[in-house]
Design a binder for this molecule. Structure first.
Ligand code: GLN
Length: 237
């Protein structure tokens, strides 16, 4: 039976499940590799990517998550979930961390700074207006957010965000703040799509606007049609 899974190790998985429920779709919590067999698409929520990676490693989820991605099943990573899906992540405070990969991009884990530099921004998203109707703008909630620094040729850029004028990057010590005046871009990429994979640096699940969830459900539906799956409405069928 086809259904939408939400990786439920840490972070904002409940908020994603609530957003899906507002659209009449039941999200299934995924904590073990075998549970991925019960779903045909997956949302990896925001949270803290190092912690999430440690928990995924503890539950031996990485091989199953990679297989899920490589099978062409739709996966959407929001914030820490985007970091999980990136082929390369930079900006770690200590060493590297395991990634699922699949999205041909490089992300900076904490591009916009620390928790206190979280912000909201009005994003222009033509694809959302085109596929979901409504305004071309979407209010993005950025919490200790990553940004996408580079993308490969097969990646569609769906949204960019203006870079705050004094972009501050924290060094390894929270008290040492390093002003990065050398950031040349005026805008930085914050939403991308590559075949079955969607990545957003912000948190649509923390807003009342469900258009990104609808957009992902359509991706899942289209992929489901190819494999004769269908999305399970809330309450089951
Ligand atoms: N920057 C955070 C990390 O490295 C992600 C923040 C978020 O998911 N809100 O995990």
């Amino acid at each position: 039976m086809a259904a939408v899974g939400v990786l439920a190790l840490q972070g904002s998985f409940n908020e994603h499940i609530a957003a899906l429920a507002r659209l009449g779709v039941k999200g299934m919590e995924i904590r073990k590799p075998e549970q991925l067999q019960n779903v045909t698409s997956l949302i990896i929520p925001g949270g803290e990517s190092t912690t999430m990676a440690k928990l995924a490693e503890f539950h031996n989820l990485f091989p199953a998550l990679r297989e899920f991605v490589q099978m062409g099943k739709p996966v959407w990573g929001t914030c820490a979930g985007l970091i999980f899906l990136a082929n390369k992540a930079i900006g770690q405070k200590t060493g590297g961390q395991e990634l699922v990969g699949g999205l041909d991009c490089t992300v900076h884990r904490n591009y916009f700074g620390s928790q206190i530099q979280s912000f909201e921004a009005e994003l222009t998203v033509p694809e959302l207006a085109c596929k979901e109707g409504g305004p071309e703008t979407f209010r993005g909630v950025f919490i200790r957010a990553p940004a996408i620094l580079e993308v490969g040729p097969g990646v569609d850029v769906l949204a960019e965000c203006p870079v705050p004028s004094t972009n501050v990057l924290y060094s390894s010590s929270a008290v040492q703040i390093q002003e990065e005046n050398s950031v040349p871009e005026e805008k930085v990429i914050v939403a991308i799509k590559q075949r079955n994979l969607l990545g957003t640096a912000f948190h649509p699940e923390l807003t009342a606007d469900t258009r990104w969830h609808s957009y992902f459900l359509k991706m899942a539906s289209e992929a489901g049609e190819a494999t004769s799956g269908s999305i399970v409405p809330a309450g089951g069928v």
